[in-house]
Design a protein around this ligand. Sequence first.
Ligand code: CTP
Length: 446
Amino acid sequence: MKKVITYGTFDLFHEGHYRLLQRAKALGDYLIVGVTTEAYDKTRGKLNVVDPLMTRIENVRKTGFADEVIIEESRGQKFSDVKKYGIDIFTVGSDWTGEFDYLKDYCEVVYLERTKNISSTMLREKNSRIQRIGIIGTGRIAERFVPEVKLVSGVSTQGVYNPHRQSAKKFAEKWKIDAYEDLEDFYAAVDIVYIASPHETHYAYIKSALQHNKHVLCEKPMVLVRAQAEEVFREAKKRGLILFEGIKTAYCPGFNKLIGIACSGIIGSIRNVEACFTKIEDPERRELTDTVYGGSFTEMGSYIMLPILKLFGENFKDVRFDAIRAENGIDLFTRISLNYPNGISTGTCGLGVKSEGRLLIAGTKGYIIAEAPWWKTTYFEVHYENPLEVEKYTERFLGDGLRYEISDFLSMINGNSSSEFKLTRSESVVMAQLMEQFLEMENRNV
Ligand code: CTP
């Protein structure tokens, strides 16, 4: 019996897929089809797959060509599948020509002519009109955002607005997008607003973008007052719009894997979380000169609060802040301590003090450690009482990682809300509350 194997995502199942499976089956007597998982697709840079795995499997099965369907979940699996299933022929479409020649030592490799003028990417783009993003603000994060947008299908950067016209013009020239001088013209030209302006301007921009019926992706910290967070989420809901706080860590695959493992029970019940993130900043920068909104906590507090809220939830018993301040009163190094009925946690962040910057999660059976930069999680370890017993986990984190957040935001806009749990509205509201409490304690005149 001649055994054939082929692989694919098979998203939005189309004629090209059908014809490929039909010809693959005709190559032999028994066809195995490997369907990729969402997680694997994400790590190989294929974002925005629409159909869930089970639907994609079902669609492959319905063709009647597959004698067996398997799941492809990691790189390197093809080689072991060829061995494991005793494969005679490996086949894929001609878009992959040459890519799998390394398998020729173990089986025959056939590249089948790809069906013209059809692909899942085309269908995804056709089904959901390209969403035009407008950026407010031209700082460092906005610079990183534009190239990441290019990697997500279904969105494009239309233009930029900044009340400082020169900055907007310079930014627009660099990225070959439009610069808008008038906010009304800007809103008229876009579907989505990405807010990357200074923290204190977020609230007003979110409100005005929502009032113009635009979806909003806002950099962290979204707002600095709890009531404002509640208000903007209410407004977005009322208008059927998506409002997302952009904390990139929340959407990155490695961080989600880490949270999943931490909550799986393998380290027992979680009792302590310590999260640290420091970055020595130039004293002349806004972060260290803006005496009302600057400082380490407003700048980085969102990152360190994230794992704590994810693991322990929002019902803490008490909160305490301690800070080391510069001469101008700005916090250079801040610690937030949140106590829960069954656990304690500390988050530390610094712009003027350097520390190790790691994430440590301690449980009743073991602990998890992720070294800096854990906020772009690629690696973490699980340790137990026996120091020799260590489990190591890795995950890919591509580029600046903003692509994951953009992709999740876009799928929410397109009606697929399965990523909402990654950073919930109520988590964002609690973060705003903690920002507010911190600024109050600092006697900042917000
Ligand atoms: N395929 C094909 N003809 C097409 C599209 C895909 O023969 N027009 C083949 C691919 O070469 C692959 C299999 O179908 O062997 C599964 O491809 P997949 O990547 O799932 O489909 P695409 O439509 O290429 O998806 P995308 O646009 O997301 O890359």
